[in-house]
Design a protein around this ligand. Structure first.
Ligand SMILES: [Zn+2]
Length: 367
């Protein structure tokens, strides 16, 4: 049954698969998570969930429209989530959100599965984006580890400097492509399923090989490439510095030296239960007490659990189990891998799952 665009905004929206080309190998775990036949790694290691962000892949790899989430079910013609939000911002995102952020969901959600260690990079802050990129979003991000590959014995991420590194010295390492030294001056943090890492804009970082995660970010695709050669691609200079003068761009890199304790306390985030109903619970994995940029919660549904949109749009990813989502206009079957955008206008809705269900809930920047 096809509904009008306006009616679409009154019920949770099922999103189509949305894999994005990147310059590194991975994605087998996403294939498996989605129940696809013959899971394999490829240069489509990310799924952008409910995205209104254009992917800015370098050079000939740029493809207009890549990254934008598509709505395919319940409509006669596929339509982008972005265009629906632009048509009905208040129904989709809520009036308060629109007043603060405009017709922008103010978050970017990805499933990311890296087969190899990713290159060391960093992202601009909001202030930098405002001054130099004519954008109100930088790219603070957070990693929610879902699984690590069994064949990887010591899954890890690299984050922040552990040593004093002057700007000239760091530039020198970059020019010489001295990867060992670039890795040595960073914290190597072991990670496992369930861990949450907060990556403030400006902080240098890299994901180690074999990590499958939900990545929650400010809605942009700006990366400052610090390690400029990787197996699938060697970056041209103009692709590394956001199209700006290198020194200007490198000035946003956060050279603060973190102690191991500071990493554990400030960058590795502890979860807490924020709501319970019988055996069901909503767990805050990372909340607005860490950053105003987004929040990530997990809904652990045992039998039934109700939730409300609280006047803002959200993105859901079913992590495990099966059941259904009952809302004012009907119901949607849920199983591992299903992705939804829940418009603000939906209000109260209920998860029913006699056998249990785990749902990742992404909330946008605070309004
Ligand atoms: Zn990053």
């Amino acid at each position: 049954m096809n509904v009008s665009p306006k009616q679409l905004t009154q019920a949770p929206i099922v999103l189509e698969p949305n894999r994005v080309w990147r310059f590194y190998d991975g994605g087998k775990m996403i294939d498996r998570f989605k129940g696809l036949a013959n899971p394999k790694d490829s240069l489509f290691p990310e799924e952008w969930v409910g995205s209104c962000v254009q992917a800015t892949n370098p050079g000939e790899h740029f493809k207009k429209g890549e990254g934008l989430a598509i709505i395919g079910s319940g409509v006669s013609e596929p339509v982008s989530l972005k265009s629906l939000i632009e048509q009905f911002p208040e129904e989709m995102l809520g009036p308060r959100h629109v007043k603060t952020h405009g017709a922008n969901p103010a978050m970017l959600v990805k499933l990311l599965d890296a087969a190899i260690r990713l290159i060391i990079h960093a992202h601009p802050t909001k202030e930098f984006a405002r001054t130099h990129l004519n954008d109100c979003f930088g790219k603070t991000e957070a990693w929610f580890v879902l699984e690590t590959r069994p064949e990887v014995a010591d899954p890890y991420v690299l984050i922040a400097f552990k040593d004093e590194v002057s700007c000239p010295r760091y530039k020198d390492m970059m020019l010489k492509n001295d990867i060992d030294e670039m890795m040595r001056v960073m914290h190597r943090v072991p990670v496992k399923a369930g861990d949450v890492v907060y990556v403030k804009a400006g902080v240098p970082h890299a994901i180690g090989e074999g990590i499958f995660m939900v990545e929650l970010q400010e809605p942009s695709d700006y990366s400052i490439i610090l390690e400029q050669m990787c197996p699938a691609y060697t970056f041209r200079q103009e692709e590394c510095y956001l199209g700006l003068d290198p020194d200007t761009t490198l000035s946003v890199i956060d050279h603060r030296v973190y102690t191991p304790d500071e990493v554990r306390q400030e960058l590795v985030i502890k979860s807490k239960v924020i709501r319970k109903d019988g055996e069901s619970a909503e767990v805050q994995l990372l909340g607005y007490d860490t950053t105003e940029c987004f929040a990530g919660h997990r809904l652990d549904v045992k039998t039934s659990f109700s939730d409300t949109t609280d006047g803002r749009g959200s993105i859901l990813i079913v992590l495990d189990g099966e059941g259904k989502l009952v809302h004012n206009r009907g119901e949607i079957p849920l199983k591992r891998g299903v992705e939804l955008f829940v418009p603000a206008a939906v209000g109260t809705h209920e998860f029913l799952a006699p056998k249990g269900l785990t749902v990742f809930k992404c909330l946008p920047a605070q309004a």
